[in-house]
Each structure stands twice: as structure tokens, then as C-alpha cells.
Design a protein around this ligand. Structure first.
Ligand code: PLP
Length: 394
């Protein structure tokens, strides 16, 4: 059997692989503190879970319209208006099986073979693979710590070619936790409009924001022109601890929404009917659960960032959102004799049972990502172990 050339170019997800390795060690009886996790450790709030159960009991178990139920799409429109100041009609919303699926629909709808997509690096590792699957070419724009891991307009300009079709903005960001300011987004918007690019704005971590001086701003809200040229991606996975339910959505021009709806109708029929009812309860229901989880994450952010900042050889960037700390480990790699961040991470897991993600696949070798989706006790224990480990290698 021969497989497609395209499939051969796709890398397996290294975060899932590492998480699986950590779980494997745990299953073998080792104590593992897993800082690789990309999902909230909270349970789906009870009223949301109950809505899912009720949907089954009420027989809401059949195909729905391919872009999602009208009630869910209307609730999403209300959310986008109330939270983000964005006015969409329900036919501009496409609900999919997770934001990942939403992104895949976008790339499939807009890219022709060889079209380029600007991806600021470091990036969430699925973007380039999805762009490639859709026939496009990722064009990386390296945005290092000197500008808070956000590309300048000059850098974006330098990476732009006649084949560039779109630019991805992910704020709050995975893996760095950085949040783009209004002024930074205005720069990106002006650039995208001048170059005629589609802006793909991944706002999945929108609700997990920790600093009053770094609020979430949707680039689509910065004016009528950029509104038309942006597709907003969001979902319930991270905000409502609903990763397994698989509901994400896009808000875009009606034309793009219709195309994505058509694509989805053939590939997936519709997003899961039961999960749509649960997502409706999440989006239209009481929001105190979101604030509780956010506040919990903020305490963890303060704890882990404070601890990491005191460890010699590791330079952590203070995250303003999401639930990750991005840290430069090149100094400890040099002093400890580790070839790279992957070797450092492997040794840390083997010696101390502390699992972190090395970030070469996120476009920034020399860095690792710590998720803080663990209890404060686990974070403290993990940091104690890391501190000991670093002392021996400093
Ligand atoms: N976008 C980013 C930046 C993410 O980190 C993730 C998940 O890790 C997603 C999108 C996908 O979310 P979902 O679970 O809704 O597919």
C-alpha cells in the first residue's frame, strides 16, 4: 500500500506523544507530574453536563443542520456581540467538532496549492500541519522574546509574498501566554488590509486572561474593513472545560461561512447534536463557572511563574493569558550538557517524573512549555523537583 504524498509530510503531534509517554510511566507505577497537558483539569460544570444528559433524554440525537443548530448559532451571535462587540447574523456562524475542525475548514475553504499562510513563531503546532494538509505552505515569522513573542509589522511585511493568502493571530497565545494589545492588533489589521490578506483570529483562550492591563481584544472589532476580512475562531473547549465535547465555531463573511458549511456537510454532516445542546447551555447560561476557573488558573500562574523565575538557567516569560508558561532553557542545556530542549525534557522526566513539552515543534527550539493545568500542590511539588534538578546542573 502506498499513501498520499501529503500524508507523508504530516508530523505526529509531539504534545500528545509526550503526554502519552508521561501517562505510560504513570501507568507503570511512577509518580509523574504532567506539565504537558493542553486542557483544563476542571470538570465540565454541572449545569452544562446536565444539558447534555437532557439532550439525550429528549431525543436530540439526530442530524442537525450541518453548520449547527439555529439556537446555538444565535447564542454565539449574542456572545460575540456582548463580549466582543461583533455583529454577525446566524448564517455567518459555522459550528464544528472543535476549534481544530473549524481551522481545518477555513484552510480547506481558502487555500489553493502553494498558497502561503503567515504563522508567527512560536505557534500552536497544529497550524502548519493543517495548512499543509489543505495544500498550502506555512510561512513562519519568527517572533522572539525581544518583542514579547509577537511579530512586528516589519517582520510580517518581510515574510509576505505574492502567494500569501492569510495570516494567523492567536491571542491569548499557545504556547507563550502572550496577549496582543489593541495597538499591536491595529498594526496587524492595517498590514492585512493593505496586503489583502485574510486574518484568521484564533481566540480559543479568550476567557483565560490574568492582567487587567492586557484585556482580550478581537481584531475583528477594530473597524468595518477588518471585520469583513477576518474569520474569528473560538469554542467551548478551554473556557468551559469541555475539551472532550468537541465544539468550536467560526464567525466570518456569509460567503465563507456558506463554503465551510458545504465542506463540513460532506466531511462531518454536523457537529455532535448532544454536545451542541451542552455548548448552548455553556454559552447562554450563567458564566460564574468561567470566572471560578479563570481565578483558579490565575493563582496557578502566579505560583508557577514565581517559582520558575527563581530557578537559575531557566528564563520564563510571564504569561498574561492561556495556561502555559514558555521558558528558555538554553542556558541550563549548555551548563547541564543537554544537546537541546528535547534532551533536557527527557532527562527531567526520567530523573524526576516531571513532564514538560520541548518546543522545537512549536517553532522555537531552546524553549519548553509548562502547562499549569495542575493543582497548586502538584505545581509546587513539580517546581521543588525542577529546582533540585537545576541545582545539580547549574
Ligand atoms: N487553537 C489553539 C491555539 C489551541 O491550543 C487548541 C487546542 O489545544 C485549539 C485551537 C483547538 O481547540 P479544540 O479543542 O476546540 O479543537
Amino acid at each position: 500500500m502506498t499513501y498520499s504524498v501529503k500524508s507523508g509530510s504530516i508530523k505526529p503531534s509531539s504534545t500528545l506523544a509526550l503526554s502519552a509517554r508521561a501517562n505510560g510511566l504513570r501507568a507503570a507505577g511512577r509518580a509523574v507530574l504532567n506539565f504537558t497537558v493542553g486542557e483544563p483539569d476542571f470538570r465540565t460544570p454541572a449545569h452544562i453536563a446536565q444539558a447534555g444528559i437532557q439532550a439525550i433524554i429528549d431525543g436530540k440525537t439526530r442530524y442537525t443542520p450541518s453548520s449547527g443548530t439555529e439556537s446555538l448559532r444565535r447564542a454565539i451571535c449574542r456572545k460575540l456581540k456582548d463580549d466582543n462587540g461583533l455583529e454577525y447574523r446566524s448564517d455567518q456562524i459555522v459550528v464544528s467538532n472543535g476549534a481544530k475542525h473549524s481551522l481545518y475548514n477555513i484552510f480547506t475553504a481558502v487555500l489553493n496549492e502553494g498558497d502561503e499562510v503567515l504563522i508567527p513563531a512560536p505557534y500552536w503546532l497544529s497550524y502548519p500541519e493543517m495548512v499543509k494538509l489543505a495544500g498550502g505552505t506555512p510561512a513562519f515569522v519568527c517572533a522572539g522574546p525581544e518583542n514579547g513573542f509577537k511579530p512586528t509589522v516589519r517582520q510580517l511585511e518581510a515574510a509576505c509574498t505574492p502567494r500569501t493568502k492569510a495570516v494567523i493571530i492567536n491571542s491569548p497565545n499557545n504556547p507563550t501566554g502572550c496577549v496582543y494589545s489593541r495597538a499591536e492588533l491595529e498594526g496587524v489589521a492595517e498590514f492585512a488590509l493593505r496586503r489583502g490578506l485574510l486574518v484568521i483570529s484564533d481566540e480559543i483562550y479568550e476567557k483565560l486572561i490574568y492582567d487587567a492591563d492586557a484585556p482580550h481584544v478581537s481584531i475583528a472589532s477594530l473597524g468595518g474593513d477588518i471585520f469583513k476580512q477576518t474569520v474569528v475562531v473560538n469554542g467551548v473547549s478551554k473556557s468551559y472545560a469541555m475539551t472532550g465535547w468537541r465544539i468550536g465555531y467560526t464567525a466570518s463573511s456569509g460567503e465563507l461561512a456558506e463554503i465551510m458549511g458545504n465542506i463540513q456537510s460532506h466531511c462531518a454532516s454536523n457537529p455532535n447534536s448532544i454536545a451542541q445542546e451542552a455548548a448552548l447551555a455553556a454559552i447562554a447560561g450563567p458564566q460564574d463557572c468561567v470566572e471560578e476557573m479563570r481565578a483558579g488558573f490565575e493563582r496557578r500562574r502566579d505560583c508557577i511563574y514565581g517559582r520558575l523565575s527563581g530557578i537559575k538557567g531557566i528564563k520564563a516569560a510571564r504569561p498574561q493569558g492561556a495556561f502555559y508558561v514558555f521558558a528558555d532553557v538554553s542556558e541550563i542545556c549548555a551548563s547541564g550538557g543537554f544537546a537541546d530542549a528535547a534532551a533536557f525534557s527527557e532527562r527531567l522526566l526520567d530523573d524526576c517524573g516531571v513532564a514538560v513539552v520541548p518546543c522545537a515543534d512549536f517553532g522555537m527550539p531552546g524553549f519548553v512549555r509548562f502547562s499549569f493545568s495542575l493543582s497548586l500542590e502538584e505545581i509546587t511539588k513539580g517546581m521543588d523537583l525542577l529546582e533540585e534538578f537545576a541545582k545539580k546542573r547549574g
